[in-house]
Design a protein around this ligand. Sequence first.
Ligand code: NDP
Length: 299
Amino acid sequence: MASSADQKAKIIDGKAIAQTIRSEIAEEVRGLSEKYGKVPGLAVVIVGSRKDSQSYVRMKRKACAEVGIKSIDVDLPEDVSEADLISKVYELNSNPDVHGILVQLPLPKHINEENVLGAISIEKDVDGFHPLNIGKLAMKGREPLFLPCTPKGCLELLVRSGIKIKSQRAVVVGRSNIVGLPVSLLLLKADATVSIVHSRSQDSEKIIREADIIIAAAGQAAMIKGDWIKPGAAVIDVGTNAVDDPSKKSGYRLVGDVDYKEACKVAGYITPVPGGVGPMTVAMLLKNTLDGAKRVIGQ
Ligand code: NDP
């Protein structure tokens, strides 16, 4: 933490904002249940027993329960065939109690991720990874049914913190399908002037220094230094990197892609890691499930 004398940046408390959103969702779910006797349903599909995936899935199922969303749990063995997994997805596509389908990634190597994600009905694609949803996001005048959760969470943090996006210079660090690319498209839709830097970019530092808004999603611990940041810029740090820390019981701690201590002295706004973007990703998954259900329930 920067000392209070050095501290310039306003901390964007993602945990608190996510909690507010979850309360709003719980209220709407209650309303749907009272009016129509139905609640949103989210199918969370996990294949195999990877510890990290299991803990993410547990967290998502628990978050559903807390806001009154019904979680439909599908746990498949590591050696399930791609055909069987896809037929499970088709079954969920036609189940009227399921409004959202999430397949936890990564999948085992023998399964083609693209085939599985492409099998999810776009009406239930709450992760927003279906090529049709991403394609609509990229096209002017088209509206995707769902936006990917982490990028949507980044925009929500900016909006709820009162940060201007329109006509501002935004730089996104990273171009992955799940974070960098869709967050760039969302910023563009919100009328920012957007640049993307990636591992093959030259002069990244110079480009980042021009940004009013920085979205860091490179997966490189503390890569963005304090003097790469324009004074007063808003910094949304998506990066979640484990670095060795013998003082912790686990032996590691999580840090972002931005040198937080230095950045706090320069930036206007900054998200901490953890406690910034992470909690928003889950909140946006719940929101997408609610929105999917609202399109169906009561129709
Ligand atoms: P990927 O590894 O898929 O993508 C990383 C991107 O960063 C790539 O586009 C890569 O470029 C770019 N990159 C790598 N090194 C550099 C560099 N030195 N300079 C500029 N760009 C670079 O990661 P994800 O997008 O999946 O995730 C990014 C980070 O966000 C990770 O730390 C991840 O843990 C975190 N994350 C956090 C979430 C949350 O909810 N908080 C959710 C999802 C991710 P290239 O394309 O050229 O290889």
